[in-house]
Design a protein around this ligand. Structure first.
Ligand code: ADP
Ligand code: MG
Length: 307
């Protein structure tokens, strides 16, 4: 199968920080690939190198077989990029932004005049074409951002945390748009720090932590690891012995002040046990909160650093 995106031994250092450390992977053409990692993991730096925005210290990058370091102009035509904080102009109208993006990709006036209304329609913003983006909601601006990135109908689309900071409705719209692109055969490279998002959307997920690619697999395989990182946070009054909770569901217990954080494979069973013990041994549960899977804890497991 043809490869749409390839990184080969990619590294980048900022002063003493190794932002990306010998990262290699391949994304086959047409795949919805997720690049998952916590804040500061190196996702944006990786995207910026792949898209030719910054130069790696070492390693090579290819988009649809084109070396994006040696031949950035040719590579640029093969991809659309939606950066973390967008690159639209709020004083210009939606149409003006789309035309500007089209010009950037070398499209003729005639091509742009055909394409701009198509994009506005696709983004459900036909009636807002001549309004300045200043008057747009965050979700509408993000749709224009996507529109600008796909104006030249690129085979590969890079999105850096495209749903971050959007309300639920805009998020859904943006996701639907990305899925539509995928259905049309576009290769999607999406970064996120949201496990759920990666699991729901992506066909394959690469996990990056502290600049290193720690795992790359189908989301179902990675989900097993995440599921083991659910936790319960509780504070308890009275005599309580941690050992009473020790059973096969519990992976780890952290104590901080009067709070306990209990990592468990089975939240339901652990909560029931805790309540049963509270009854039997007469201690009081002051607070109890269930927390979803923890990405940070999952990384500890994936990198084999289990305590
Ligand atoms: N231009 C820069 N100058 C200095 N440090 C940077 C720069 N860009 C990123 N970094 C550092 O590199 C690391 C990775 O950052 P980044 O790629 O933005 O992570 P992510 O997108 O996963 O949150 C972080 O420690 C960040 O502080
Ligand atoms: Mg980032």
């Amino acid at each position: 199968m043809a490869t749409a995106v390839e990184a080969e031994g990619l590294s980048k250092r900022f002063a003493e920080v190794v932002a990306v450390d010998e990262v290699s992977f391949q994304v086959p053409r047409g795949q919805f690939f997720g690049f998952l990692g916590p804040n500061g993991a190196g996702k944006t730096t990786t995207i910026r190198m792949l898209t030719g925005l910054i130069t790696p210290d070492s390693g090579r990058t290819f988009i649809e077989g084109v070396d994006s370091q040696k031949d950035p102009i040719h590579a640029k035509m093969k991809m659309g990029v939606i950066p973390e904080f967008g690159n639209i102009y709020v004083d210009l109208t939606a149409e003006e932004n789309l035309h500007l993006a089209g010009k950037f990709y070398g499209m003729s006036k005639k091509e742009r005049e055909k394409r701009v209304p198509e994009i506005l329609k696709m983004m459900n913003l036909e009636r807002r074409g001549n309004h300045p983006l200043r008057t747009f909601s965050k979700g509408m601006k993000q749709r224009i951002n996507i529109g600008c990135a796909i104006i030249h109908d690129p085979p590969v689309l890079f999105l850096d945390e495209p749903t971050s900071g959007l309300d639920v409705q805009s998020k859904r719209l943006v996701v639907r748009l990305i899925q539509k692109m995928k259905e049309r055969g576009t290769t999607i490279f999406l970064t996120t720090h949201n496990i759920q998002e990666a699991n729901e959307l992506c066909e394959r997920v690469g996990i990056i932590n502290q600049g290193k690619l720690v795992a790359i697999d189908k989301p179902e395989k990675l989900r097993n690891t995440f599921d083991k990182t659910q936790s319960i946070e509780t504070s308890i009054e009275g005599e309580f012995d941690l050992e009473m909770l020790e059973n096969h569901h519990i992976n780890k217990i952290q104590r901080s002040g009067d709070k306990l954080k209990i990592f468990t494979d089975d939240v339901d069973a652990t909560v029931k046990n805790l309540i049963r013990f509270a009854d039997d041994r007469s201690f009081n549960i002051i607070s109890l909160r269930t927390c979803g899977p923890s990405l940070e804890e999952a990384f500890v497991r994936l990198t084999g650093d289990v305590e």
